[in-house]
Write a protein that binds this ligand. Structure first.
Ligand code: SAH
Length: 220
């Protein structure tokens, strides 16, 4: 272990991370791949240093541009619902801090991620490179449109509250693919959508959550 590495992620952080993993397990997360990824990704580096001390509590915190880094439980829960298989091609809408992105990369997914706030796009790009958990493709733009040139995706995850299920995203899901998306205005219902065929989709509900809103593109 190199010294500079120790200084950015020391035994104190690792100890706290281990306790967070135990907490998530007690809250019902049981996918060991997900728990192992949470155990690896240094969440304190994704937060403003003012909050770094609290990084391993199961809490959401403000990040740049009035957005928030999701609760670790929410990240673990959404990731578990995605049922990631090695080399799954995953589209993520709402890179934010990049923490969820890092968890997906740590599990072995090939991640394509979109963020509409330039500050967050810039920040997350740097941190993901620094910790060597870079997604396959990272862009600044409107997640409602998805990434048609890279479609179809095995999995799609939306990390902002969507008023409805965006049609463009449904069309970019592989047959047999899974989309995890929180849908609603004030609070959101966590939905899992499975694409059965070209025309057929199945929908399951997984409880209430509270996300920052998925915003329409600026050029509309
Ligand atoms: N997983 C992230 C969540 C950040 S909050 C984390 O834990 O840090 C949700 C993010 O979605 C915000 O960064 C917000 O800017 C982004 N977002 C909202 N609407 C969007 C859209 N239409 N396209 C892309 N990103 C969007």
């Amino acid at each position: 272990q190199k010294f500079w590495n120790m200084s950015i992620d020391d035994f104190k952080h690792r100890g706290r991370r281990k306790m967070l993993v135990d907490l998530l397990r007690s809250k019902g997360i049981e996918d060991e791949k997900v728990l192992e990824a949470i155990n690896i990704v240094p969440r304190h580096l994704f937060l403003d240093s003012a909050f770094a001390e609290y990084a391993y509590r199961d809490e959401a915190f403000p990040i740049a541009a009035g957005q928030t880094i999701s609760h670790p439980f929410t990240v673990a829960f959404q990731t578990q619902l995605l049922d990631i298989q090695p080399n799954d091609k995953v589209l993520e809408i709402g890179t934010g801090s990049g923490f969820q992105t890092a968890v997906l990369v740590a599990i072995g997914a090939e991640v394509y991620t979109i963020e509409r706030q330039k500050d967050l796009f810039d920040f997350s790009k740097i941190i993901l490179k620094n910790i060597n958990l870079e997604p396959r493709y990272q862009t600044y733009g409107d997640g409602y449109k998805g990434l048609p040139s890279f479609a179809p995706f095995d999995k799609i995850i939306v990390t902002a509250g969507a008023p409805d299920i965006p049609k463009d995203l449904l069309s970019q899901l592989n047959i047999g693919g899974i989309m995890v998306i929180p849908v609603g205005q004030q609070s959101q219902q966590m939905l899992v959508i499975i694409r059965l065929s070209e025309e057929q989709f199945e929908k399951y509900e997984f409880g209430n959550f509270k996300f920052v809103p998925m915003l329409e593109s600026r050029d509309k």
